[in-house]
Ligand binder design. Structure first.
Ligand SMILES: [Zn+2]
Ligand SMILES: [Zn+2]
Length: 360
């Protein structure tokens, strides 16, 4: 069987020659066979922030800093790279078998940083098991289908992050509330009430500040988005990229280009600028008629963030289950048992009927 990996990423045990894997929650590689451990040194002291405009204008879409061996899923389009020998490789998102012969060398912008896995696969399985146990109305046979250890994969998901200096000049109006007493007639006779009015005055000015780490998911697939419920990572745990952290996990290549990512980040920056402008205008209400927003000193990083995914089949249908590999946050899709719900409904109807009889 062909190897689906790049030799430079492969880490062999100095003691027995087996493959070393990253040990979640540590800064070490470990050997499953003999227990040998190796420390991962920080090769760079700080993150590499890349100057954005250079990439967009000069290097363009061919802005590659390295190559990676990738397998594309024909079912859902996810691009994934495996760091270990898989006897049979399946798409982490949808379980579709991947064909090793289809592996392709592709250019990619090397990640600048990553959040290493903090939970190991065993802990992920415990969390999954608890989640399945706590499900209401789940079919009894679900556990067996869902807890197949082959179905669970640790995946590094690609993101773009953008930093910039933001400067904006604006024109608009500031609204201040005041109250007027109005008289009106009702069937109780003549009455008064307070009515809120807004006094608008012209406002203009400038705002500026540093926009830090706008995070854009760079993994766009035809379906199967990672649910936002588990996409909060603590970016204080980012470490400079080192391929040793990928060992034993699957890495996905971005499908959203840097340019598209930048476009999305500008929309985010614009929202921030409007928030700052409204604060700057002050008063009780604000209207922004015109804002000229400029970003300068833009830099970006390609970062990888850890997720466990289990794609499982139950009665011919496909379900997914996700755990944040840093925080342990969990979510997923699940089947319902028709009979459990049916009998609960019948039970409730019987109780209601009994109550109706006794209350009479
Ligand atoms: Zn070993
Ligand atoms: Zn797939």
């Amino acid at each position: 069987m062909e190897e689906v990996q790049k030799s430079e990423y492969r880490k062999a045990c100095a003691n027995c020659g087996a493959e070393l894997k990253y040990k979640p929650g540590s800064h070490q590689l470990a050997c499953d066979y003999c227990g040998y451990e190796e420390f991962i040194e920080g090769s760079k002291s700080s993150f590499e922030e890349l100057e954005l405009q250079h990439y967009l204008k000069v290097v363009g879409e061919n802005a590659f800093t390295d190559t990676i061996q990738l397998l594309q899923c024909k079912n859902c389009g996810a691009n994934q790279h495996a760091e270990e020998h898989y006897k049979s490789l399946h798409c982490v998102y949808c379980g579709e078998p991947l064909i090793l012969e289809d592996a392709q060398e592709e250019g990619w912008i090397l990640p600048g940083a990553l959040v290493p896995f903090q939970l190991d696969a065993q802990r992920a399985r415990q969390i999954f098991k608890k989640w399945v146990d706590d499900l209401w109305f789940a079919p009894n046979t679900l556990k067996k289908a869902a807890l197949d250890p082959e179905g669970l994969h640790g995946l590094y998901v690609p993101y773009w992050t953008f930093d910039a200096n933001l400067f904006a000049s604006y024109q608009g109006q500031r609204g201040d509330y005041y109250y007027e007493t109005q008289t009106y007639r009702s069937n109780k006779g003549k009455q008064t009430r307070q009515v809120r009015k807004t006094r608008w005055t012209y406002a203009s000015g400038t705002v500026e500040g540093f926009v830090d780490d706008i995070l854009i998911n760079a993994s766009q697939r035809r379906s199967r988005e990672i649910p936002s419920k588990i996409t909060f990572w603590n970016l204080k745990d980012l470490v400079p990229f080192n391929s040793k952290f990928l060992s034993g996990f699957v890495t996905e290549k971005y499908t959203l280009s840097l340019k598209q990512g930048h476009h999305q980040s500008f929309q985010e920056a614009k929202k921030m600028a409007y928030t700052w402008i409204r604060r700057d205008i002050g008063g009780d209400a604000q209207r922004v008629a015109h804002a000229d927003i400029k970003l300068s000193k833009e830099t970006f990083k390609h970062v990888l963030l850890p997720v466990y995914i289990s794609a499982y089949r139950y009665k011919g249908k496909e379900y997914q289950f996700y755990i944040n590999g840093q925080t342990g946050a969990v979510t997923g899709t699940r089947p319902y048992s028709f009979w459990k719900i049916f009998f609960l409904v019948v039970f409730i109807l019987v109780i209601m009927a009994l109550i109706a009889i006794f209350v009479k």
